[in-house]
Design a binder for this molecule. Sequence first.
Ligand code: 6PG
Length: 243
Amino acid sequence: MNAVRIYPNSESLAVAAADFIAELAAKSIAARGMFSIALSGGSTPRALYGVLAARADQIEWSRWHCFWGDERCVPPDHEDSCYRMARETLLDHVSVSAVNVHRIRCELSPSEAAHSYEQELRAFFAGEWPRFDLILLGMGEDGHTASLFPNTPALDVHDAWVTANIAPSVKQPNRITLTIPAINAAANALFLVSGSSKAAPLHQVIDGPRSPRQLPAQFIQPAAGSLIWMIDQPAAALLESKR
Ligand code: 6PG
């Protein structure tokens, strides 16, 4: 099932995403006793994490297993750390068990961090690929997602779950990211896209010709799962067919 859902503004987008995630978590927990989510970095998820944190007593946090879709190669207390952002806006406010927070250990070298994270994922997920209940994704203005940047080596890694990558022209170029096949093994991939600066790239990704090496978000299509785009109106302004 693929879906594109549009909301008036970033606040209603965050609430709708929190509702979706809370419902999915409840279903996953009812079915299998746990909920596995790969969190995203960047600025867009901050509002979502704040809404989820405000529901501390409404969600069965002890059944959650939190991972990350990618990480910058900085220490966990660095201002650019995806882990730090999620800890400050969400994890410090809810009762996810510390042993169920599976951060990417970027105090190691990039290759060691990628290997260590892949080993942790393989210990958690049985099978050939990790089947997250949900992978939360953002999209950059260049069409990247996670740390899968246009025309970078990570786009060609298909035999590993995790890889190091280089992010061009950003503050923290060394990254660790889930690979395309690892993301596409998920049960649900949820893009959260907000703001007018994303309107043009989003139009290219969703409506434009297929050019995934230039627009890596186009690589994302769970093989046996759902792809959901949750977008605010400013980001959706150029989409051809309004949903
Ligand atoms: C990261 C994210 C990255 C992010 C996009 C969008 O580590 O930064 O994984 O892929 O989702 O760059 O970022 P914004 O939400 O800040 O626009």
